[in-house]
Design a protein around this ligand. Structure first.
Ligand code: HSE
Length: 324
């Protein structure tokens, strides 16, 4: 049996559309075993089960299959147990966690069963990006910390990670907004095909400033550095009250605030008291007609970790920064 934990993530961080992400200290745990009877059993705790227990719709299973195919290993049945802490379809990287968790767990299971080393983290991350289609959630889910991603046509996905400033925590506020159909598709569907040059330059300024500010611990710059004109103004049509939630967060003391990934959750960074920020954001959502609940979480230095499994893999994964 192998056991893997994978963190939630928040992508974009305002201006860094499809580029920036951060791991959050809220983790799903996945156990995977080969029971020796030709059957697939999936048990999900904490996310309503149901559809997720169907192998055809379970992303942990789907991702695991890719690793088995890649390594030419056919398990004799498969047991997957998931303890889900990351809210599903809220913009907190639940699908990235499922993909990364499935890949890492399957890789560790094959290593345990065969004694072979399996795929390295770089290869697992390439597979995760190919499945997810965007690098900005799966990368921090795999390696932890803040990550900067770049898709290069020749070299594929590249990234750099760095540790988050120790002083920062995140308040994530989740409104009860329902998307029609698939959330990320709808949320990308409202974006324009082209943007004005001045908006592109605006985002270049902010993205560069945000990376430098985080690297140097200049959290005083986050309010400006997390502004965005590429996606949030368009997505505001899908998340009622988004602008007033941003204003409420800043007025209550948030250092910076952004839509989390494709939404509908909003993430605010705080250095001191989180509660006034959480309450102000919840109230602003309620004022706009959406019930909302909040979570305050630390930023996670660790990405996916093998908690129980083959010794070599555990040793490799527990020595940050893993690579890249
Ligand atoms: N960068 C992605 C988006 C994150 O904003 O659509 C969700 O996959």
């Amino acid at each position: 049996m192998v056991r893997v934990s994978v963190p939630a993530t928040s992508a974009n961080l305002g201006p860094g559309f499809d580029t920036l992400g951060v791991a959050l200290d809220l983790r799903n745990v996945i156990e995977m075993d080969e029971p020796g009877v030709d059957d697939v059993v999936i048990e999900v705790e904490g996310a309503g089960g149901g559809a997720l227990e169907n192998p055809g719709q379970n992303m942990v299973y789907q991702a695991a299959r890719r690793v088995f195919e890649r390594l030419g290993y056919e398990p004799n049945g498969l047991l997957i147990r998931e303890r889900v802490a990351i809210p599903v379809a809220r913009g907190m990287g639940s699908s990235a966690a499922a993909i990364v968790g499935g890949l890492v767990a399957a890789n560790a299971l094959v290593a345990q069963r065969t004694g072979r080393p399996g795929l390295d983290r770089a290869e697992l991350l390439r597979m995760a990006v190919a499945i997810e289609g965007h690098p900005d959630n799966v990368t921090p889910a795999m390696v932890g910390g803040f990550t900067v991603c770049c898709m290069d046509q020749e070299r594929g996905p590249l990234h750099l990670r760095f540790d988050p400033p120790r002083s920062l925590r995140a308040v994530v506020v989740m409104p009860e907004v329902q998307f029609k159909g698939k959330k990320t598709e709808q949320s990308r569907g409202v974006l324009p095909a082209e943007v004005p040059m001045k908006d592109a330059v605006y985002n270049l300024n902010r993205t560069a400033l945000l990376v430098a500010a985080l690297a140097q611990g200049r959290t005083d710059l986050l309010a400006v550095a997390m502004q965005d004109r590429l996606h949030q103004p368009y997505r505001a049509t899908l998340v009622p009250g988004l602008r007033s939630v941003f204003e409420a967060a800043r007025a209550a003391g948030a250092l910076g605030v952004a839509l989390s990934g494709a939404g509908p959750s909003v993430i605010a960074f705080v250095a001191e008291s989180a509660e006034p920020v959480a309450l102000a954001m919840e109230a602003a959502f309620q004022w706009a007609g959406s019930e909302a609940r909040s979570l305050t979480v630390d930023l996670a230095r660790d990405g996916a970790r093998v908690l129980a499994g083959p010794g070599r893999e555990r040793e490799l994964l527990d020595r940050p920064p893993y690579w890249g």
